[in-house]
Design a protein around this ligand. Structure first.
Ligand SMILES: [Zn+2]
Length: 372
């Protein structure tokens, strides 16, 4: 069985305007390029095409989710408001989440792409799949857009897996450099979805993502946050994966793993302060595949989230696709040696101590933990 791939040109037509980074242009801010725009993802897709690997992937056609499917997660009031604004030509829910005409429909197609990938994996058409979708989803909550995200793509896919495929245990592993606050919030009181987020401590959202946030009621103990210190490199991330994430996955024994795959923990990313490179993402992918092999015959769906550095994201993405599919393209990452050579790739002693502190917090009974 091969690897599925979701892509649609319309994903690239979701407009985030001419913001300068995340700020609206004005008399003192020159109009510029928003961080979240099409080019990084398009270059990722272009490298896949140039490498030839696209031809060896199983193409999964996305479909726009229906209103009742979006309501698995999102409130009617939010959907009404977003749809009206989208039809009226676009708008913004907050400074960092602008959108254009038709973005409601494109976001429904993006979420539907991840759900089609889940269906293909659950049917056994493919072993695993990568959904290169846009807009991203992991910050969106039930009743609001946040952090470039309109619909909660990964959470909708997890809900779909539970409601349509009858699964009882789905794991979401989020390695975007920002906290996976959306999935945490949506499944806060659920024991059916284990939400794990490894992210830069206090980055975005600045007020969530602490290790003490463990879930509530039936969901107590089913939310794991691993807030990494800025400057964490390959060693610290793999250490967190081996000592915290993989053991949690083994214990939960998921029937499907969904990865919110952001590349903004890459060393050159403008919105993160981490040091990862393409071999890091290759190894992280290998670890999560091994966990999926043990618990659910490899059933793994990755959905694309952040990653804003145009020259390096395509190679980190290619590394993930090569690992998922087991196909070697022979293309080498021109950035790899420089990124590997950055000081701090090995685990530093203070990083090891920090991980041990997090481990202690995660071992506390969840009921005694607080939510910040
Ligand atoms: Zn991010």
């Amino acid at each position: 069985m091969g690897t599925g791939f979701v892509w649609h040109e319309l994903f690239m037509w979701h407009s985030t305007g001419c913001h300068a980074g995340i700020y609206k242009p004005g008399l003192t801010i020159q109009p510029g390029t928003p961080f979240e725009e099409a080019e990084t993802k398009r270059r990722f897709k272009n490298l896949l095409d140039v490498s030839g690997i696209t031809d060896d992937l199983f193409h999964i056609r996305p479909r726009a989710l229906r209103r009742d499917e979006l309501e698995m997660v999102h409130s009617a009031a939010y959907l009404d408001e977003l749809e009206a604004m989208s039809k009226a030509g676009g708008g913004a829910f907050s400074a960092n989440t602008p959108f254009g005409a038709g973005s409601y429909d494109i976001a429904a197609l993006s979420a539907g792409g991840v759900i089609e990938a889940v269906d293909a994996v659950m049917r056994g058409d493919v072993k695993n799949a990568y959904a290169l979708v846009r807009p991203p989803g992991h910050h969106a909550v039930a009743d609001a857009a946040m952090g470039f995200c309109l619909f909660a793509n990964g959470s909708l896919a997890a809900k779909h897996a539970i409601e349509k495929h009858g699964l009882e245990r789905v794991a979401i592993v989020d390695w975007d450099v920002h906290h996976g606050n959306g999935a945490q919030d949506i499944f806060w009181e659920s024991s059916k979805v284990l939400t794990i987020s490894i992210h830069q401590k206090g980055n975005y959202p600045s007020d969530s993502g602490c290790a003490e946030e463990r879930g509530l009621g039936a969901g107590a103990g089913y939310n794991l946050n691993i807030p990494m210190l800025p400057g964490s490199g390959h060693g610290a991330y793999l250490g967190a994966m081996d000592t915290l994430i993989v053991p949690a996955l083994r214990e939960f024994d998921p029937q499907l793993i969904i990865v919110s795959c952001g590349f903004d923990a890459g060393a050159y990313d403008p919105l993160g302060r981490m040091l990862l490179h393409s071999d890091s993402f290759r190894d992280l992918t290998q670890r999560v595949m091994e966990a999926a092999d043990i618990s659910c015959k490899g059933k793994l769906v990755m959905c694309h989230e952040g990653g804003y550095e145009q020259n390096t994201v395509p190679y980190m993405g290619l590394a993930v696709i090569e690992t998922l599919s087991g196909i070697k393209t022979g293309i080498s990452d021109p950035n790899l040696n420089d990124m590997k050579g950055l000081f701090g790739q090995e685990t530093q002693s203070y990083q090891r101590e920090h991980l041990m502190e997090i481990r202690k917090l995660l071992q506390c009974p969840a009921e005694t933990a607080r939510r910040s």
